[in-house]
Write a protein that binds this ligand. Sequence first.
Ligand SMILES: Cc1ncc(COP(=O)(O)O)c(C=O)c1O
Length: 462
Amino acid sequence: MIRKPYERPAMVRNVVGRMNKAGLASGIARRESVEGLSIEKLCAEYGSPLFVFSERRIRSRVREAREAFGRRHPNVTLCCSYKTNYLGAICAIQHQEGSLAEVVSGMEYEKARRLGIPGNRIVFNGPMKTRDELVRAIREDAILHADSLDEIYSIERLAAEMNTKPVVGVRVGVDAGVHPRWDRFGFDLASGQAAQAVRRIAAGGRLTLGGLHCHIGTYILDPGAYSKAAKQIAEFAAEIEKMFGVSPTHLDLGGGFASNNTLGSQYYAGGIAPTIDNYAEAISTALMSAGNGRTRLLPLLIEPGRAIVDDAGTLITTVVSSKSLANGRKGVVVDAGVNLLFTAWWYRLGIETDRATDGLLEETAVYGPLCMNIDCIRESVPLPDLRPGDHLVVHPVGAYAFTQSMQFIRLRPAVVLVNESGVAECIRRAEVLDDLDGPERLPERFKPREEGNRSAPTSRPV
Ligand SMILES: Cc1ncc(COP(=O)(O)O)c(C=O)c1O
């Protein structure tokens, strides 16, 4: 008698979506195309993983924001937050729509200049600006917002050396009910630090007061926080007029509007972000009812980052392997991990499949390709049975994912922009090893010798 080989029994828990108080979760969405282009074809042409951006979506978000504020305030200008996504094409689209550049480093400043943006259309924020960066910003008339008294002193010294009187604004820190408070930036209003900074600028004789800047945080779901911030800034503007006889050149309420992403801790997926109209209403109403007649006419700058570009970015990734974990749970390894999606630490990124699924869905962990345990982009998402080569679509990833991506273990993939005619254009090629190795200098003694002239052992160690 032929005995069949023993097969260990396996028990797998099949879960059809996750239950919440609204019933069963609807399972997995399916998307065969991104911006009307076949995922299969995009991967065949540009490789996987692949970032895909939509020009149409960026333009329509900028226009929506511009109109929302324009309907409520006499003089509003949007700024493109470079750190949110400084791919040249993504910033250029926003500049074509009339946005200024908002930068927080000399590198970002130079990127804006290379896109043809003159200094006087660059808002220079951030807690660190080097001497050279400040010299350039002063010479080119950039819209400077100082972050500390030390920075104001440095600018005063440079002003003396350069024999000029730069216009310098201040970043003001307010309590807008946002927790945790971003209180490490700028000058606290309540404790009098902001007034002290303005006094120094007004009385020091070397500088002229620029704008009052305030950025209360990021992914702020409550427009009411902007009402509070705007009211305090407007009243401070009126107050410094009385106290020091100076008026700011503009008010800048920063960014921080939420995008339609889902926080990791959030119960429901997506769809809870206020509209840009809600934020515009909160800010404009507060500005128009606080301060005085002059502060109400001050130009207003707004620096939304994620609310403009998050939704425009998608990442296509490919399944490398599928496995059963030690506890019977399912896991898949895909070719994009936290090296490209650092944002997966905070957001429950949406994941969709690119094909019809008729089998059961199972709660699955989605791991990246890095040989590190931290590399997980979703701990648990209902997914069908996936095979190597299947694609997953991760969305939204337009904000911060690319700028925070790193060459850790793997190089960065290509980025394409789908233009308004629906045609994909490569806006960043996939990296090659020279992009990583380029700045390295290998001392002569470490360089590999000519073949046949090696002192190192050539046989494999056993
Ligand atoms: C000064 C400043 N402005 C604008 C932004 C853009 O913020 P968000 O992407 O949340 O709109 C940031 C982000 O941290 C910032 O620090």
